[in-house]
Every structure is written in structure tokens, then in C-alpha cells.
Design a protein around this ligand. Structure first.
Ligand code: IPE
Ligand code: IPE
Ligand code: MG
Length: 241
């Protein structure tokens, strides 16, 4: 393994935090206890990533498909958002972290939307880690919303259809101004994207660990980064060295 000193720190790490339910089940606890513990791990991971010098950390918190879960589980997740949003504001301020939300926020209750807006507003001038939370996020939904906004601009004469390039299209996505992820980490062993960042992950290195999200820690993150350092990113070209 390369020494920590010589490791290249990826600029943007994307995370699919999975396994809260399994973590709870293993302990005979309700699934919601797994989510609660998972929130603590998110807080810790933000601090660890900020200290490591990662520039962007994007975490999948709630997908457009997660509404299919029971009313009790969705309700418990909303309560956790409410609680942890307040804590996150403190953590962000203490660690010079800028918070940004991606996803379609109008489906949330007004107080949650207000909380998200406040988090973004009060941390927007921070210059350290950008912590991106994907809630009510789906890659396909994001692409469709971007296509609609772009079509409206073309219709209004703001843009010409010949101007539509990969770059202009990307500027209509929720992640406009955020570079594509270098490394994707998925916890709990599942080998799928689950509708996460479909456009942005085109050339991202993928790392899957069996570790359940509530058990994720600094060592696990370092293992993922060490594996990333062994990858040979070619972006469709041919390696010359
Ligand atoms: C991830 O954990 C958290 C969310 C999707 C909200 P899960 O709740 O999916 O946990 P498992 O996959 O059932 O173990
Ligand atoms: C992906 O996890 C979504 C989030 C982590 C928020 P899921 O648990 O919802 O994914 P599937 O159902 O296993 O594909
Ligand atoms: Mg899951």
C-alpha cells in the first residue's frame, strides 16, 4: 500500500450510503435505529473528508424511489433530516464547509425546504469542503428536469438548439459548477448505481465495500482512497507511460 503521505486525494468523492437497515437488523433493532446511527456516520464523515482535503463530498441520502418505503420509515427519515439539518449547520460552520443540496426539493414539507435553504445560504461563502446532499434525488429525474429547463430556454429564445453541447446540458443539471466525481464509494456490497448521478459518474472509479454504512469510518475511507490510487484512469484513451 502506498504511504498516506504520497496518496493522491480525489477532488470529488461520491458516496452511496447503504446498509442502515441491515446494520439494525443484525442487532435486532428497528430499521430507523440504523438510519439514526447512519446520520452520526454522515456527520463524522463530513469532518474527516474536510480534514483530508477532499474538495467535494456528495452523499446519497434519499432517492426518488425511497418514497416507496413504509409511511413509518419515510416519516422517521424526515424527522432525522429535521434534527440533523440543525446539527449540520453547526458542523459546517465549525469546519468551513459549504453545503449544497441536489434533488427535487418541492416534495418535502415546507419546514424542511426552509432548513435546506438556510443551510445553503448560511454556508455559501465557506471555502473548505463542499458537502453535497442528494435528497429526493434520482439521476433520471435530474436529467429530465434539466431537459425541461433547457427546452424552456430554447422556446423563449434564450438559447439556440445548436448551442446544446454536453457542457451546456451539464450546466442545467443540479450539479452545475460541481466537477464530476473521481471516486464513487458504495457501502454494503451492492453492485449497482440505484439511479445515482447517472450523467456525472460516466468516468468515475467505483469502489464497493461490504462495510455497512453505520460502521464506515476513517480507515474505510482511507482504504477506498488507497484503492483509487492504484487505478489507471484512461478516459477512453491509451496509456502512454
Ligand atoms: C441506506 O440504508 C439509507 C437509505 C436508503 C435512506 P438502507 O435503508 O437502504 O439499508 P438496507 O439496504 O435496507 O440495509
Ligand atoms: C440507494 O440505496 C439510495 C440511497 C442510499 C439514498 P437503496 O437501498 O435505496 O438502493 P437499492 O434499493 O438497494 O437499489
Ligand atoms: Mg439499501
Amino acid at each position: 500500500m502506498e504511504s498516506k503521505e504520497t496518496m493522491v486525494i480525489p477532488e470529488h468523492v461520491a458516496l452511496i450510503l447503504d446498509g442502515n437497515g441491515r446494520w439494525a437488523k443484525k442487532r435486532g433493532l428497528p430499521r430507523t435505529m440504523g438510519h439514526k446511527e447512519g446520520c452520526v456516520t454522515v456527520e463524522k464523515t463530513v469532518e474527516i473528508a474536510a480534514r483530508m482535503g477532499i474538495r467535494y463530498l456528495t452523499v446519497y441520502g434519499f432517492s426518488t424511489e425511497n418514497w416507496k418505503r413504509s409511511v413509518e420509515e419515510v416519516g422517521a427519515l424526515m424527522q432525522l433530516f429535521r434534527f440533523y439539518m440543525v446539527r449540520l449547520l453547526k458542523i459546517a460552520k465549525a469546519n468551513n464547509v459549504r453545503v449544497k443540496m441536489i434533488g427535487e426539493r418541492s416534495r418535502f414539507d415546507k419546514d424542511i425546504v426552509d432548513g435546506i435553504n438556510r443551510l445553503e445560504r448560511e454556508t455559501r461563502d465557506n471555502t473548505g469542503l463542499t458537502f453535497v446532499i442528494a435528497v429526493n434525488y434520482g439521476g433520471r429525474d435530474e436529467i429530465v428536469r434539466a431537459a425541461r429547463k433547457l427546452a424552456a430556454d430554447v422556446e423563449a429564445g434564450i438559447r439556440n438548439k445548436d448551442e446544446i453541447t454536453e457542457q451546456t446540458f451539464a450546466s442545467y443539471l443540479d450539479t452545475a459548477d460541481i466537477p464530476d466525481p473521481d471516486l464513487l464509494i458504495r457501502t454494503s456490497g451492492e453492485l449497482r448505481l440505484s439511479n445515482y448521478l447517472l450523467w456525472q459518474l460516466a468516468y468515475t472509479e467505483i469502489y464497493v465495500t461490504d462495510c455497512l454504512w453505520p460502521d464506515f469510518n476513517k480507515e474505510e475511507l482511507e482504504k477506498a482512497i488507497a484503492a483509487y490510487n492504484k487505478r489507471d484512469r484512461r478516459f477512453g484513451g491509451v496509456k502512454t507511460t
